[in-house]
Write a new protein. Structure first.
Length: 276
């Protein structure tokens, strides 16, 4: 009977993966086991620390529901989400860059006509958003599905409010024949990510803040083009260089311009990458 110790256990576990039917699953699991075991050896992981880690991951899962995804938030603050985006979303020059998805997207946002009030009662200063969707050739992309969502002036998304039965600060539009769309909403403000759970515990333990710079989320889909998941960040925000989830890209910084009537206006165009 084979006896296992810290020197031969990794090889034994990897050997058990030899008959994994799917080649990609075998590749991922083999690398995961190797790196996980190397990590434990490198830091000389104690049994108490192992138990704390198990408890931490359990608590992270228990924090997840249909309105909040604590595991995505954990991935975000560890930089894993942005790393995955950076590796998989390299685009040709001129295309709008992607960034993290975030934990507060929900399916089933209401559809709006151009010019409609997507804020729908969300607290904040009034703002008009104007955009255009094109391909890299400059041609307009008609009927692109443009989904947007954002936090309110208090730093909360609608799904964070108990008992709120309507969508606020989120909605879906379709670009016109000229690729253009516009809607009313509220000015984006900086806000802290939720820190009342395991992710907040991690941030405090590592001396990090929980703030994200002001931004407006977009997800844009159109046949023949890659789906774009991105933000537009507000120029001048003090957290642009220390985003808690590492999501800022210079090309995604926009200007919220104050108008003579006291409202604001954001103009930002999106360039999609074709799939063919």
């Amino acid at each position: 009977m084979q006896e296992y110790d810290q020197h031969n256990l990794t090889r034994a576990v990897i050997a058990r993966l030899a008959d994994t039917p799917n080649a990609r699953t075998k590749e991922i699991m083999t690398s995961l086991v190797r790196h996980l075991h190397d990590f434990a050896r490198e830091v000389r992981l104690t049994e108490a620390e192992w138990k704390h880690g198990i408890d931490y991951l359990t608590a992270t899962g228990q924090m997840c529901d249909d309105k909040r995804q604590e595991f995505i938030l954990l991935s975000d603050v560890l930089g894993l989400s942005m790393l995955t985006v950076a590796m998989n979303q390299e685009k040709p020059e001129g295309c709008t860059e992607a960034t993290v998805f975030g934990p507060f997207h929900v399916e089933g946002a209401p559809y709006y006509e151009h010019g409609a009030d997507v804020a729908n009662g969300a607290k904040g200063e009034p703002c008009m958003v104007y955009g255009r969707v094109t391909g890299v050739d400059g041609r307009p992309v008609a009927d692109a599905v443009v989904e947007t969502w954002q936090a309110d002036a208090d730093g909360h998304y609608d799904v964070q409010y108990e008992g709120l039965e309507v969508a606020q600060g989120r909605g879906v539009l379709k670009s016109g024949e000229d690729g253009r769309f516009h809607f009313r909403t509220i000015v984006a403000q900086a806000y802290p990510i939720p820190d009342d759970g395991p992710v907040g515990e991690l941030l405090r333990a590592t001396g990090r803040h929980s703030w994200r710079p002001a931004h407006l989320h977009f997800m844009i889909k159109a046949p023949g083009y890659e789906t774009l998941v991105t933000h537009v960040f507000r120029r001048g925000d003090k957290y642009l260089d220390s985003d808690a989830v590492f999501g800022v890209r210079k090309s995604l910084i926009g200007d919220w311009v104050r108008q003579t009537d006291g409202t604001y206006r954001l103009d930002f165009d999106f360039v999609l990458n074709p799939t063919r």
